[in-house]
Structures are given as C-alpha cells and as structure tokens.
Design a protein around this ligand. Structure first.
Ligand SMILES: C[S@@+](CC[C@H](N)C(=O)[O-])C[C@H]1O[C@@H](n2cnc3c(N)ncnc32)[C@H](O)[C@@H]1O
Length: 335
C-alpha cells in the first residue's frame, strides 16, 4: 500500500480518512503543539513539529521518508471567507510553500486541501504552475462534504496531482461517488443526539442561528458560542421558539466532522474547538482517498475512455454541486 506523509496535519482529520481507506500514513508534521498532542494520542506513526514555511529543511526531513504520496491542507485563514481576506500575503504563502516542498520531493502523488475561495486567488495559480512544471497532471474539485458522507454543508477545494498524468485524470472517479442528496444530521445520527434543533452562532444577525437535524449542519467553525440572552428568532429559523435550544457540545461537533467516538481530544477547550473546526471531515478525506483507490484499481485503457467521456460535461456537473444555494431554512423540518 502507498506510503503517505501528512503536512499541516492538525489533529488528523485528513490522516484518519486516508488511513481508514487503507493508505499507510508513515509520518505527519505541523507546528502547533496542541494539535500534535492530540494527533499523537490517536495514531501510532511519528508526528513532528516543523515550520513548513522553511522549505529546504522541511524537504530534507520529509524526503527521508521517501513517501509515495504527500497529503496536506495548508492553513486557509487568510483567504477563507470567514477570515480577513489577505490572500496575497502572510499565511496564504503556505500554499506555495506546500507546492515547493512537493516540487523538491516529487512523490508520485499529492493531495492538497483548502477552502473553496482559493480558486479565486493568485496563490493557487502560482502553486499549480509549480506543480505543472514539476510534471504533475492535476485534477481539481470543490466538494460539498454533505454529498460525501458527512452531515455538514462544508465546501472544500481539493487538488490531486499525479506525476506524468494528464490533467483531469481523476474526474470520473471523484464524480461517480457523489451522493444525490445532502446528508442530514438525522441520516447520520438517527435520534441519538437527543435533540431536534440546535443553535449555531451566526456571523451576522442577518442570518439565522437555529438549525434542524433534518438538514446538514452548517460549516463547523473553530469557535463555538452560546446563544446570547437576547437572541431574536429569525424568519428563517426552522422553529419559532428558542426554548430549550442549545449549541452543540465540542464532542458533538467532532462527530459532525465525522471523527469516531473513540478519537481522543486532549487540551484546553479553545484549542480543541479550533482544531476540530480546522479539520478535514474524516469521511470527506476518506471519500477522496477512495476515489484514488478506484483510479488505481481500474485498467488504464478504461480510464482513458472514461476521461474522454466525462470531460465532455464535467464543468456542468461540477457547477451543479458548487453553486447549490445554502439551506437558509429551505429544508423540510420535522413538525
Ligand atoms: C487547516 S489546518 C489542517 C487540518 C488538518 N489537515 C486536519 O484534517 O485535521 C492547518 C494546520 O496548519 C498548521 N500550520 C500553520 N502554519 C504552519 C507552519 N508554518 N508549519 C507547520 N504547520 C503550520 C496549523 O497549526 C494547522 O494545524
């Protein structure tokens, strides 16, 4: 099985999804001790503290593992729509650092995860240029986690690269696995959460704060605020009284990120909430890993035929998933 190194590993959502699909993670790196502590509690392979903006040092350390694949989600705060949009500087540069590390090591495969908005940045253009010059064929997707086995409306960008391949080589293998309808909390948990509605603090009071378990959860973020005393019911709230409605707990939010019950979180609440919100949902990572396995298991001639066929309408198919309107109370709620 392929040997994989995870960069910017956080507490290990991406690692766990690939590991569950049968990939062998041999090492992981981050520079945040709190996340590395959690990572080490849950995996047997080494997890090291490295500043991945130091390209030559990182490439030397990581290259010693001779990985077949490098996976990683460089931090996205600077160009996340939740953050302070500073995509041309600061931590946004770590995307390009990631590309430079890949270029130095040249594993057969790499996977890069990020926020959907990266598609509008110069950083992505620069990173893809580095990958192409290094000889990688590239496939890119914005995936809605709720169509990939996660009860959460979370859109995330993935760039998959393989040496000596043609661009878009992964398209049919990713598209064929997508569900036809978003997964709701009830689909995933049944009635085990013991609630019908819950509070999730909105970014502005123009948006609703109450959600039903008969819809996917909104994106799990790195902070979890209580319902303010004076919260006014919003027209789009699926229920007209706030009586008995509470925010989800830290551990419930980890379950929505599809971490399993036996995954152990240690450390202070603020840090744990942050690493859970940062994580790639385990099942979303698993979805991408399984698509790669399907590619590896198909005879090459069949892949070429499928790619020719699928490329004819891939843009339309992707647009359908990417431009779906946000729920805003449009989902049916249980009476
Ligand atoms: C989006 S999170 C990654 C989440 C992870 N892929 C997961 O699924 O759990 C980005 C991570 O990059 C790490 N990071 C930020 N700057 C870094 C740097 N210069 N070197 C190494 N890691 C860094 C952060 O500590 C954070 O854990």
């Amino acid at each position: 099985m392929m040997k994989v190194v995870d960069l910017f590993c956080g507490c290990g959502g991406l690692s766990l999804g690939f590991q569950n699909a049968g990939f062998e993670i041999i090492a992981a790196y981050d520079n945040w001790e709190a996340a590395l502590n959690v990572y080490k509690q849950n995996f047997d392979h080494p997890a090291g503290n490295i500043d991945l903006s130091n390209i030559s040092e990182s490439a030397e350390v990581i290259g010693n593992h001779c990985p077949d694949m490098i996976i990683g989600g460089p931090p996205c705060q600077d160009f996340s729509s939740a953050g302070k949009r500073n995509e041309e500087g600061g931590r946004g540069d770590l995307t390009v650092c990631y590309a430079k590390i890949i270029n130095e090591i040249r594993p057969k495969w790499f996977v890069m995860e990020n926020v959907a908005r990266i598609t509008q940045t110069q950083k992505l253009v620069d990173a893809k240029d580095i990958f192409h010059k290094a000889g990688y064929g590239l496939s890119q997707f914005v995936l809605d986690a709720s169509l990939c086995g996660v009860p959460q409306k979370r859109k995330r960008f993935f760039l998959i690269g393989k040496l000596h391949e043609t661009d878009n080589f992964m398209n049919p293998f990713v598209m064929e696995g997508l569900a036809n309808k978003p997964m709701t909390l009830r689909d995933y948990f049944g009635d085990t959460l013991g609630l019908e509605y819950y509070y999730r603090h909105p970014r502005s009071y123009a948006r609703r704060g109450i959600f039903s378990i008969d819809e996917p959860s909104p994106t799990v973020r790195g902070v979890n605020r209580p319902m303010p005393e004076g919260y006014q019911i919003h027209t789009n709230d699926p229920v007209k009284s706030k009586e008995g409605i509470r925010p989800l707990t830290t551990i419930e939010r980890s379950y929505i990120q599809t971490f399993p019950k036996d995954f152990s979180f240690v450390g202070n609440k603020t840090a744990v909430e942050q690493m859970i919100g940062n994580a790639v949902p385990v099942n979303l990572a698993n979805f991408v890993a399984n698509a790669i396995k399907k590619y590896l298991n198909k005879p090459h001639y069949q892949r070429s035929l499928e790619i020719d066929f699928e490329n004819q309408n891939i843009e339309q198919r992707l647009a359908r998933y990417v431009s779906e309107p946000s729920p805003k109370g449009n989902y049916k709620t249980k009476k």
